[in-house]
Design a protein around this ligand. Structure first.
Ligand SMILES: Cc1cc2nc3c(=O)[nH]c(=O)nc-3n(C[C@H](O)[C@H](O)[C@H](O)COP(=O)(O)OP(=O)(O)OC[C@H]3O[C@@H](n4cnc5c(N)ncnc54)[C@H](O)[C@@H]3O)c2cc1C
Ligand SMILES: NC(=O)c1ccc[n+]([C@@H]2O[C@H](COP(=O)([O-])OP(=O)(O)OC[C@H]3O[C@@H](n4cnc5c(N)ncnc54)[C@H](O)[C@@H]3O)[C@@H](O)[C@H]2O)c1
Ligand code: SF4
Ligand code: FES
Length: 818
């Protein structure tokens, strides 16, 4: 150990420790390391303080390296002890607690401090910046006692602080000096759209205001502006930018401007002393985001390890607003000037704005509002500096020139270049994720994060990283995506299903016991999932556990927002009769049903029914349940087909009724909707159903995986068949395969995206497999019966509808579109 050099790091924050981690990987034995940190904590993720304040994370969740890590690395760590002087002659640092430590290499990573406006009253109690754990705790404590918060500064930090304070129940006013928010990241249209969104969330704004004084005695009570106006405030958070911590360097004789001046290898003007992070100023620029600081850290780590490295030449930055739930992205030069051209697209109805700034045929900046999914590829183009001439409009619309379909998420992942940066904070490319998943077997988000650092900082890239994890794991047969289905178990869906089968587990309780659930009672995520898997695996044998079902399924009715229920009788294929209509009208009148409405699935919905009336209504209706509440077949929508329509080529109504009669009461991982149209005009909207059938001249087309809900998805063509019998066979086989393979609560659209249509087609192409699937579905359906008939004929079950304090059901309902 004696010939190791001594390395001292001043500042136990994000940039310094990130650099050290890198150095330890490159040259684990080269240095004896000592770290001084002014804060009393191990290294934590400062970025996530916004999430902690907003209630989305716990302080424990944001520790990056715990104390064990320092011990394991042999690092001497002094927390809560600031370095106060550097003796550059003796090569020693002195700390506030009186320690003296010698160095061969000294790294200054002292970060920044929140800039506190030098206005009268800025030293009063209740006036803080938002920089560290202490500030965060002060805000959380203040919200318990006080009501009114003022945030000065409508930049990234101010808006994230304001969102957190709103979540803590405070009235929040953001005071901003400019006429639009985030003026350092957004142009005016995007700034105004952001303001509108945040106002709807309950934030108040005072724009164009310059603070002149903070009023109050010891504690702040208000904010006064240069125009003479004022507001009350019990808490004032200053978020008007940052100032690099340079005092230590300046008083020790290092060259300092706004930050500590460094060259392209992060060297200061004093031999043996480097600076990295927010405290450093490189080519006149100080950065306030982690991505460029990590780029600096990479160069410094290599130099300290003695490895050749290209110089650090500065960074192009991109930002995203966190925690507000509003999608905002900004990168590069976002303001246009005399030598730039800008392309803009604004959609006020959907709240989407996109601006691209181009100079000399190259993309140099972008602003996205409302939909930031193009952020990563646009940022890659900005960084690469490649020509986009002729492709500008394509980049703006996201569609290939000359039209064509918008790519699906999977296609988009596939189309990404290997060197495209996926995680901006940590500089992780698509290729690096592929390498980690396939090459190193990192097949969970946790291990992938540990392996690559992707999504370990702001978390903004997590959806894309997760998509790539699925993408690569799916592509590589040897790797399975392993995510526990909930916090009670580390087992994923496939493992649970195969263990239930292998060990013959027959109840929810037994499954949880045998498979080592951490929560003996399970949770609202795993209980209904296990109930479904057991019912799917052991039809006829497994007794449904009604306490594992949500309220809607438990009462066989959709609970409405006023606590009443709805009744939807089954109307096969949407075809009814005067007799049924009369029955429906009679019960609606008799039970004072406040609303009778046609649903999107061509059914009649009686809304506003009292729980105790449900059994009587169903008794008097004497019609089968429409299952408008469950994870089952909901409806088969039909058009009139060739029975009446002059374009019709086949009997769409007849086919719809046949399908609905065949699959009614079929439990499924999620709700299932079907449609049959008599010709490609598609009046029954077959293109957006789980199974959508379209008649052609002499054939039927079967589309699968469509969805018209939150995330619209067009169905994909599974097959084209000739006869009605084949329609029944393929639909049965498809539905049973979905029942057996999908995760609980996964709609066919999500399932198909996950496993790929080609896989489903390959499985179903085999006629023996189809026959076996059809037989298994028929077997399952043979055990089902109408739930309302069961209830009205059973006095015990009827009692549930008069006992108003039935608390055994799982809290929550599932959405109820029939
Ligand atoms: C609430 C919040 C949200 C943010 N969100 C994002 C985001 O989403 N994306 C993004 O890219 N960036 C974000 N940032 C910025 C990001 O956190 C910083 O860029 C990053 O932490 C800077 O790292 P650093 O190591 O240079 O400084 P720091 O993380 O501040 O670390 C410096 C450390 O040095 C210590 N120190 C200072 N002087 C001394 C001394 N003399 N002796 C010993 N120790 C000393 C300080 O106490 C501090 O602990 C956010 C910042 C905040 C406050
Ligand atoms: N999501 C993220 O990436 C994120 C989140 C939080 C913080 N940060 C980083 O933390 C640092 C601090 O953030 P910030 O928002 O304080 O800095 P900022 O410089 O981005 O924004 C400060 C804002 O305050 C306004 N301002 C300046 N003087 C004012 C005054 N007297 N009254 C009212 N408004 C005034 C400015 O116009 C500016 O919009 C930055 O480096 C930022 O990049 C990033
Ligand atoms: S889908 Fe075709 S057959 Fe059906 S109603 Fe429309 S036009 Fe007529
Ligand atoms: S982009 Fe911030 S963690 Fe990946």
């Amino acid at each position: 150990m004696e010939n190791r050099k001594k390395l001292v790091l001043v500042g136990n924050g994000m940039a310094g420790v990130w650099m050290l981690e890198h150095l330890l990987k490159l040259a684990p034995q080269k240095y004896d390391i000592t770290i001084f940190g002014a804060e009393p904590h191990p290294n934590y993720n400062r970025i996530l303080l916004s999430s902690v304040l907003a209630g989305g994370a716990d302080m424990n969740d944001i520790i990056i390296n715990d104390l064990d890590w320092y011990r394991e690395q042999g690092i001497e760590l002094y927390t809560g002890d600031a370095v106060t002087a550097i003796d550059t002659q003796q090569k020693q640092v002195h700390s506030a607690s009186g320690k003296q430590v010698a160095y061969d290499e000294l790294i200054l990573a002292t970060g920044s401090s929140a800039f506190i406006l030098p206005v009268a009253g800025a030293d009063k109690d209740g006036v803080i910046g938002f920089r560290d754990i202490k500030d965060c705790e002060t805000m959380m404590d203040t919200a318990k006692q006080y009501k009114k918060a003022a945030v000065i500064g409508g930049g990234l930090l101010g808006l994230e602080a304001a969102r957190g304070l709103l979540n803590l129940g405070m009235d929040v006013t953001v005071i901003h000096i400019n006429e639009h928010l985030m003026d350092r990241q957004l142009d005016r249209p995007a700034g105004l759209m952001l303001q509108q969104e945040l106002e709807q969330q309950g934030m108040n704004f005072l724009l164009g205001k310059r603070t002149v004084e903070l009023t109050g005695k010891r504690r702040v009570t208000g904010v006064r502006f240069t125009d003479g106006t004022a507001i009350d405030a019990d808490l004032v958070v200053m978020a008007v930018g940052i100032r690099p911590n340079v005092e230590l360097a300046a008083t020790s004789g290092l060259r300092v401007n706004r930050g500590i001046v460094v060259d392209d290898y992060m060297r200061t003007n004093v031999p043996g002393i480097s600076a990295v992070g927010e405290c450093a100023e490189h080519r006149g620029i100080g950065y306030g985001l982690v991505a460029p600081l990590y780029e600096q850290g990479t160069v410094l780590a290599k130099r300290l390890a003695g490895i050749d490295t290209p110089p650090y030449e500065g960074s192009v930055t991109s930002t995203k607003l966190k925690v507000s739930g509003v999608d905002v992205f900004s990168a590069g030069e976002f303001q246009d000037s005399a030598d730039t051209r800008a392309l803009r697209m604004q959609d006020d109805i959907d709240g989407i704005y996109k601006k691209l700034v181009i100079r000399d045929g190259r993309l140099i900046g972008a602003v996205l509002f409302g939909d930031t999914s193009d952020g990563a590829p646009l940022f890659s183009l900005i960084k690469s500096g490649e020509s986009v001439q002729g492709r500008e409009k394509e980049l703006l619309t996201g569609q290939p020139a000359g039209g064509g379909a918008t790519a699906s998420p999977l296609q988009r992942l596939e189309a990404m270049a290997d060197d495209e940066i996926v995680c901006g904070c940590n500089g992780v490319s698509k290729g690096a994720i592929g390498e980690a998943v396939i090459g190193k077997g990192c097949n969970t988000m946790k291990s992938l994060k540990a392996c690559t650092k992707a999504s370990a900082s702001c978390g903004g890239c997590a959806p894309v990283v997760e998509g790539l994890l699925q993408f690569y794991a799916g592509d590589n047969a040897g790797v399975a995506v392993k995510e526990g289905i909930c916090g009670c178990t580390s087992l994923d869906r496939d493992e649970i299903v195969s263990e239930i089968k292998r060990m013959g587990l027959k109840t929810v309780k037994e499954t949880m016991n045998v498979l080592g659930w951490s929560e003996p009672e399970g949770c609202s995520k795993c209980r209904p999932a296990l109930n479904y898997y057991l019912g799917m695996l052991w039809p006829g044998e497994y007794e449904d556990e009604k306490e594992s079902r949500f309220t809607n399924e438990r009462y066989h009715a959709n609970i409405q927002k006023d606590g009443t229920y709805s009744v939807v009788p089954r109307i096969y294929g949407g075809v009814t009769s005067p007799t049924d209509l009369k029955k429906i009208a009679d019960v609606a009148e008799k039970y004072n049903v406040p609303l009778v409405k046609f649903t999107g699935g061509q059914r009649l919905d009686l809304l506003g029914v009292r729980k105790e009336d449900l059994p009587h209504i169903w008794e008097e209706l004497d019609m089968p349940s429409g299952h408008a509440y469950g994870k089952t077949l909901r409806t088969v929508k039909t058009c009139v087909g060739d029975t009446f329509c002059r374009f019709g080529t086949k009997d769409a109504m007849g086919m719809g009724i046949q399908l609905e009669k065949a699959f009614e009461r079929m439990d499924a991982p999620a709700k299932v909707k079907l449609a049959v149209s008599g010709c490609p005009r598609n009046c029954a909207e077959s293109g957006i159903k789980d199974v959508g059938i379209v008649a052609l001249d002499g054939a039927w087309e079967l589309y699968v995986g469509g969805n018209g809900g939150v995330k619209i998805r067009a169905g994909e063509l599974l097959c084209t068949v000739k006869t009605d019998e084949e329609v029944m066979e393929w639909t049965s086989a498809f539905l049973q395969y979905y029942r057996e393979q999908a995760r609980w609560n996964e709609r066919t659209a999500a399932w198909i995206e996950r496993v790929g249509l080609a896989h489903v087609q390959e499985v179903l192409a085999d006629s023996d497999t189809r026959a076996a699937l059809v037989a298994r579905l028929q077997n399952t359906l043979s055990y089902t019966s109408d739930p309302w008939q069961n209830i009205i004929q059973n006095d015990e079950l009827r009692k549930n509808f008069t006992d108003l304090n039935d608390s055994a059901a799982l809290a929550g309902t599932s959405p109820s579109a029939p």
